[in-house]
Write a protein that binds this ligand. Sequence first.
Ligand SMILES: [Zn+2]
Length: 288
Amino acid sequence: MIRVNSTARAAAIVTLVVVALLGSAYVLGRSLVPEQPRRHATGATTNGDEPHYADQLPPEPSGTPSASQSTGPTEAGQDGSGRDASGDRLFGAQTGTGNERLALTFDDGPDPRYTPQVLAALREYDVKATFCVVGENAQNHPDLIQAIVADGHTLCNHSWHHDVSLGNRSTDQIRADLLRTNAAIRAAAPEAPIVWYRQPGGAWTYPVVSVARQLGMTPLHWSVDPSDWQAPGAGKIAATVSTQVGPGSVVLLHDAGGDRQGTVDALRRILPELSTHFELEALPTDPT
Ligand SMILES: [Zn+2]
């Protein structure tokens, strides 16, 4: 009995020593690992003060468009889940055209570097599209708004300053933002109907959907997203669109918010094929 007890005591002591050593190692290990909270910062809390933006990405430092290729995965994940989602992340936002036709949408402009190139490509193939414009860009480039309308394309409100967090603000703030954007568009094109709203980042909330509807705009999401904002190259953008589109698709592209030459080049590759296999439409300004 005594020997058994002493063996048990020895085992208990060994156990305590091992536990203590493991605990020390854990504490030491934690102290050696650098803190990483910044890597988990969500893009949803952007300050919105940068001039460049894209739907999936918080504003980037200006002049470094290539940096987006290796950064910003958190927002990509956020929008990826939005794309596949179930309606509860979309709050009823429309993801398709609602008919057999296919719609190309161009976000974040207008931009004097890329919008004219997009317009030229669309004109070449006699394709009409929809431009989701940012209010401050509309104010700065009224001539481009007029060019978009003159070519028969339709317009979509994309908030005043591409505020990814707009949906979390008060309904008064949301309403003021959307009205200010519409006013800037109408200052350039007084007769142009604005019956669509696309929330930056696809970060829909119930309030932003509600306010958009109250103002006579249908919330518009998308169904095909080649992540052209990441500048993956024209080939990849074109391949993603070609393989994912189908009747009723709404394709998300960007004519501003960074280096969009890849998008322009991809557009020239896909337009012949798309216009052969689908009827492309500008989203109607009298949605039923
Ligand atoms: Zn956008």
